[in-house]
Design a protein around this ligand. Structure first.
Ligand code: NAD
Length: 261
């Protein structure tokens, strides 16, 4: 497969799964828009590393996924800079763990905005160009939590179930335009997002760190192993291939068997 002369916007790609997907797409020749927050030095290292390792162009956008106008501007800028946005990966996401009765309203709104609405605004901006060129790939990073729930993750589970529905709707709207829309639903992937929720889960459930890892996180995963970011990236890359052109509207799990139970 070659993605040479194609361009990809990957939201939330300064870290974790998004960065692995961006690097995988760059490895096949796609120009990349990196997006997300973090230390400027680290982001610049990731950006310039992609350019030097893969011989593509990489641009960093600091667009905030809670801001619809910034999302649209990021897509417009990518189209101007690279000529097209052929691959859109809606991956940015955050987590907050709390019982519903204590769940702060601003956290609920923020999770819905970043984990769900940003994908809508990104698609709305990128779809016209994809339709005009008659080719596109939209990949949404959902989660096992798009299919099943866990306690104390109300906003996250609601947003991820929402993105699975949005994926299906977009897939139907774009089916005749050679634009596929799918979501990938990983189980637990060892990234900063998972590491960061451990203290809150310890508090919410009264457990030690090791108990959270073994009895909460890996308990759900029959393989008893974390998914790796490179495994998720490999699936995203496959979805960009011609071999995957008839996969659309799918919710592809990569969860060590979690949702089979
Ligand atoms: P991560 O924390 O490593 O990465 C999240 C990315 O989103 C970062 O680049 C961060 O800067 C960015 N981000 C956060 N808020 C943003 C905002 N307002 N605007 C722009 N960017 C913002 O986490 P990750 O585990 O790589 O998560 C990536 C995606 O994968 C998320 O959608 C997450 O829900 C999903 N996911 C993760 C796991 C897991 O176990 N790690 C499992 C299933 C799904």
């Amino acid at each position: 497969m070659s993605l040479k002369s194609k361009s990809a916007v990957v939201t939330g790609s300064t870290s974790g799964i998004g960065l692995a997907i961006a690097r995988a797409l760059a490895g096949e020749g796609a120009n990349i828009v990196l997006n997300g927050f973090g230390e400027p030095d680290q982001i610049e290292r990731a950006r310039s590393g992609i350019e030097s390792e893969f011989g593509v162009k990489a641009h960093y956008s600091d667009a905030d996924m809670t801001k619809p106008d910034q999302i649209a501007a990021m897509v417009r800028e990518a189209e101007q800079r690279f000529g097209s946005v052929d691959v859109l990966v809606n991956n940015a996401g955050i987590q907050f763990v709390s019982p519903i009765e204590d769940f702060p309203g601003d956290k609920w709104e923020r999770i819905l905005a970043i984990n769900l609405s940003s994908a809508f605004y990104g698609m709305r901006a990128a779809i016209p160009g994809m339709k005009a060129r008659g080719w596109g790939r939209i990949i949404n990073t959902a989660s096992a939590h798009s299919l099943v729930a866990s306690p104390f993750k109300s906003a996250y589970v609601a947003a991820k179930h929402g993105i699975a529905g949005l994926t299906k709707t977009a897939a139907l709207e774009l089916a005749a335009h050679h634009v596929t829309v799918n979501c990938i639903s990983p189980g637990y992937v060892w990234t900063p997002l998972v590491e960061a929720q451990i203290p809150d889960t310890m508090k919410a459930r009264g457990l030690t760190k090791e108990q959270v890892i073994q009895d909460v996180l890996l308990k759900a995963q029959p393989t008893k192993e974390f998914v790796t970011v490179d495994q998720v990236a490999a699936l995203a890359l496959f979805l960009c291939s011609e071999a995957a052109s008839q996969i659309t509207g799918a919710n592809l799990t990569m969860d060590g068997g979690w949702t089979a139970e």
